[in-house]
Design a protein around this ligand. Structure first.
Ligand SMILES: *Cc1c(COP(=O)(O)O)cnc(C)c1O
Length: 485
């Protein structure tokens, strides 16, 4: 493809993307294809002769789009939202047009410098303490691929630090704390690194948030058993129910254990910190005063296209001490002089994408005010939805609504014999019915044995009318479940 052919194909691509967005609402949310549909449609090997791009572009329309689930659809309420803004798309297009691996400052100074400035911008948007800014030269922010990579990276840093300050302690004695509600990122990090993990109990009465007392009991037990708890993941906004660990209590217990690294996983809910009214419930004060690292995904509810997991650390040396492996061919004058950031020492891989560009585009185009407005819209819509749910004779909330997430289940209909059915049974039936539909998507979860439906709002195009239509659809399906029993 030459430059003029690219110009033509590029114009066509943007045109088609725009058409796709105009038609998005009239499409199904969930794809209807059967497993293996694409293998059946594609040749078994690459073509011997190069093909005309217009044919390739047409095949994207005909073969790929039907196999997509539309996370940007206004009636997508599953999992958590995945951001996709036009600003973000353009950021990715430009970034891809100058593809480079960005591992050292010298690879392309703009890539490193924009990332350092953007993580500082984002830190200020969220109200993070100045200690987390790159300008301090001590703390700093870095863009990781995912919240899982962020956890893995800081566990490696924390493990190195702990081993250095506790010589003679075997790796088999190290212990990482999660809770039964922590995202699988915790278990996965322990698995990958061969570390022991203990999942602490949380319960419904505490809103599934970890209490200081439970942590204290675990610390007493484990230390007595000769183990070395060195890391805890506290979650602000769990995936299942949006629960918030009691970070104030966790930090207060941790004061007696200065070697316990506290990582806050706020992958989904962290972006609400942009709005001052949510800073207290997200324990921002404690994040700012005590935690070692903090992560939030701008690619979930933060308007920046996947991937943009932002990780801040209070002390960058803990990352670079653990991860700086510098063979001769990676050495540079600036790196040796320590005057620049070489981001390869802040994550696990070497090369990295130019992800800061899309953050720059989004934050400038929306402004902090536009960003806050979007977050508040999701929360306001969820207030409306959760009020409908809690005042309906068909449903009840399982946990209080959390930001833009509602977790609910079916009520027992008053007329039915309660010995022959259960709320779990009804809710499962409802979920089955919903899963058979293509025009809406929600997800399930189990909270301490209770089967629940999660309804997560936040797609950029979701308006009140979509939430209203979804609720009326839920009521219809719930009535059918009740009729069937
Ligand atoms: C989504 C989510 C994760 C995992 O995010 P990835 O970026 O896909 O790794 C981790 N923690 C929480 C609380 C989440 O909601």
């Amino acid at each position: 493809m030459d430059i003029e052919q690219f110009r033509k194909a590029g114009y066509q691509a943007i045109d088609r993307i725009c058409d796709f967005y105009y038609s998005l609402e009239s499409r199904n949310v969930v794809s209807s294809v059967e497993p293996g549909y694409l293998r059946r449609a594609l040749p078994t090997a690459p073509p011997e002769q190069g093909e005309d791009f217009s044919k390739i572009a047409d095949d994207y329309q005909q073969l790929i789009i039907p196999g997509l689930t539309h996370w940007q659809h206004p009636s997508f309420f599953a999992y958590f939202p995945t951001a996709c803004t036009f600003e973000g798309i353009l950021g990715d297009v430009y970034a891809s047009s100058v593809s480079n691996p960005g591992f050292n400052w010298g690879c392309s100074p703009a890539c490193t410098e924009l990332e350092a400035v953007m993580t500082d911008w984002a830190a200020q948007l969220l109200g993070l303490d100045n200690a987390f800014l790159n300008t301090t030269g001590v703390g700093g922010g870095v863009i990781q691929t995912s919240a899982s990579d962020s956890v893995l990276t800081v566990v490696v840093a924390a493990r190195s630090l702990y081993c250095k300050t506790h010589p003679g302690v075997g790796l088999d004695k190290l212990l990482l704390y999660t809770t039964s509600q922590t995202h699988s990122v915790g278990a996965k990090a322990a698995l990958v690194l061969g570390l022991k993990e203990r999942s602490l109990d949380v319960n419904l009465d505490d809103g599934f948030g970890l209490r200081g007392e439970a942590l204290q009991m675990a610390l007493d037990e484990d230390i007595k058993a000769g183990l070395h708890p060195f890391f805890i993941i506290a979650t602000i906004g769990t995936t299942s129910s949006g629960a918030i660990d009691h970070l104030s209590e966790i930090c207060s217990v941790a004061q007696s254990y200065p070697s316990l690294w506290i990582h806050v996983d706020a992958a989904w809910a962290g972006v609400t910190l942009a709005c001052p009214e949510y800073r207290e419930i997200c324990h921002l004060d404690y994040i700012n005063r005590y935690v070692h690292s903090f992560c939030t995904n701008f690619h979930k509810w933060g308007l920046v296209n996947f991937d943009a997991s932002l990780l801040w650390v209070r002390n960058r040396k803990h990352l670079t001490d653990a991860l700086d492996v510098t063979p001769q061919f990676l050495r540079t004058a600036q790196g040796d002089a320590g005057t620049v950031i070489d981001y390869r020492n802040w994550h696990l891989g070497l090369g990295r994408r130019f992800r800061s560009l899309k953050i720059w585009f989004v934050l400038r185009s929306y402004g902090a005010e536009g960003f806050r407005k979007y977050i508040r819209k999701g929360i306001d819509l969820n207030k409306v939805f959760s009020t409908w749910v809690s005042s309906s004779p068909l449903f009840e909330l399982v946990t209080p609504p959390s930001f833009a997430l509602t977790v609910f289940r079916m009520k027992l209909p008053p007329s039915k014999d309660h010995h022959t059915t259960s709320q779990d049974f009804l809710t499962r039936k409802l979920f089955e019915r919903l899963s058979a539909r293509k025009d809406i998507q929600v997800t399930q979860t189990v909270l301490h044995g209770i089967f629940c439906i999660r309804f997560a709002i936040g797609a950029e195009r979701t308006e009140e009318k979509h939430v209203m239509a979804a609720f009326s659809l839920l009521c219809d399906e719930a009535r059918k479940v009740n009729e069937d029993i």
